[in-house]
Design a protein around this ligand. Sequence first.
Ligand code: COA
Length: 324
Amino acid sequence: MKEVVISGIGAYVPSNIVTNEDLSAIVDTSDEWILDRTGIKERRISTGEDTSNIATKAAILAIERSGVQKEDLELIIVATITPDMCTPSVACMVQKELGAKGATAFDINAACSGFIYAIQIAESMMKIHGFKNALIIGAETLSKIIDWKDRGTCVLFGDGGGAVVLTESNTKGIINTFSKSDGSKYESLVAAAFDVENPYALNVVKRNNKVQMKGGEVFKFATAAIVEAVKEVLLNTDCNLEDVKYIVPHQANLRIIDYAAKKLNVDKEKFYVNLDRFGNTSSASIPIALNEMYEKGMLKAKDKIVLVGFGGGLTFGSVLIEWK
Ligand code: COA
C-alpha cells in the first residue's frame, strides 16, 4: 500500500483586522480581559467573502505549491461548520472554481476537529480506494454564526481557511491518525441549523442559530482532549514525544495550550501559537498555523509534527506527520 504525504500547503485570511479595542466598542469587554483570559489580540473578519471564496483562495495556493495539476485532484474534502449553503457542499463549489473536474467532492462537519477528521478520511480513501491526489481544506466564516451581542463568545472567533494537497508516495508522510467524539456533551457548544417550519409540525420552532457555549465545560474538555489525542497518536508508532519537533494545536485559547504543555511535560515552545493574531478559526486554525510555519521556513525534511484538534460535538483528534 502506498504512503500519503503533504505535497502542498496554503492559507488565506480576510484582510479586515478586528482588534480587541474594536470589539470593546460593541460589547462590554476590554483588551486586557480578552488578552488575559484567551491570549487573543485580533482576528480577521470577512467583509463579504463567504466560506467557499476563502476555501478556494487557500486551495489555489496549496495546489500551486504541490505541483499537482488541478485536473489530477481526485478528492476534495472541506471541513466546515459555516458552509455557504446546505447544498451544494462547499467542496463542490470549490471544485467548480478550480475546474477540478475529476474529483469526488464533499464536506464534513467535526467543528474545530474538522481538519483532523478530514485528513483521516482522506488518508483512508487514498490507501483503500486508490485516490492519488486529495485536496483537504478547513475553512470558516464564523462571523456568520457569532452572536455579536454576546461578549462571552464574540471575542473568541475569526474567519479564514487553510488547505493541504495530499499525494500518494513511496515515503511516509502521514504516520498515524487518531479521532474520537463524545456526543453526550454536545450541548456545551451549539449553533442551530434551521427553524422548524413545516405545515405538519404543531408549532414553528424558532432556534437560536448563533454560537452558544458553556465556556467552562468546553475548557475542561479541551485540556483533557489535547493531552489524550497527543498521547494516542504516538501509540504503536516508533516515535515518542521527544522525537516530535512541533505540536500544532487548534488555536482556541492560550491557557488551554499552556495547560496541555504542562500536563504533557513538554516545553511550551514546542506548541506553535498564532491565535493572538487570528483567534479561533475552527477547522481552519490548524492548516493556517501549519502554513505560517511553512512560510517562515520552520518545517524541515523529516521533522515529526503532531496536529491536534478539539471542539464542538464534542470532537477531538490528532495526526502525526513527517514533513517531506
Ligand atoms: N469581557 C469581559 N468580561 C467577560 C467576557 C468578556 N469578553 N466574557 C465573559 N466575561 C465575564 C463573565 O461574564 C464573568 O463575569 P461574572 O463573574 O460577573 O459572571 C467573568 O467574565 C468570568 O467568566 P468566565 O466564563 O468564568 O470566564 P473564563 O475565565 O472561564 O473565560 C472563556 C471564558 C470563554 C474565555 C473560557 O471559558 C474558554 O476559553 N473556554 C473554552 C472556549 C473554547 O475554547 N471554545 C472553543 C472550543 S473549540
